[in-house]
Design a protein around this ligand. Sequence first.
Ligand code: TYD
Length: 233
Amino acid sequence: MSRFVGVEQAGSVGDGDVDGGASAGPVVTGPGGCFISIEGIDGAGKTSHVDALAERWRSRGLEVVRTREPGGTPLAEVLREQLLTREMDALSEALIVFAARRDHLVQVIEPALARGAVVLCDRFTDATFAYQGAGRGFDLNVLAQLETWVQAGRQPDLTFWFDLPPELAAQRRAAARDPDRFEQQAVDFFARVREGYRLRAQAEPQRFVCIDAALSRDDVAAQLAAALQVRGW
Ligand code: TYD
């Protein structure tokens, strides 16, 4: 089972007994009942920063659900494996990621938000518009229709878009891991995916925070911290 599946819990908001807190209870500050997604082309370096974000709120007594797409439930993880390993056309890719997303929303994301948890999701629907839409050239209107059916209005409250040039991302990937079906794509595919993210960010500037992921790890962390500070998180 993936390390991303399930709940990493340090106590729920308002349960009054987090970290063994007795009379005074824990000081809980942060975005309770909040849905945050993290996006970017492969090689943008999201993962370690998602871990740090999770720790930031767990240490304050908030329940954090750290999850990913495609994935996050047993069914969705099976679909992820198929998506990453089998050749298929763009419509099949889109249907698989939205089927996985539906299960993830119903089983994990919506219940967690209802409990007041912080949901940290490594990729969500912006990835579908970027990869299947901009990357593969699949019809954006069909994706928008699927988004409406599957999500019933649910969108992340905040999206960190880790942006960097595709050439730099390719160098980082080459140094880090064996490529999956998407990571084997050429640089021009990732240039289109990047443009897909840019269009989504442009359409919803209040939801997106663009992170310059070409900078050092510490500088990226500082950008994240600054964006959270502005929100009082
Ligand atoms: P990711 O979890 O970032 O890969 P890794 O485990 O290597 O860090 O993402 C898995 C891949 O799935 C990634 O290449 C993008 C792709 N993907 C889509 O094509 N469409 C989608 O809707 C989603 C969520 C991911």
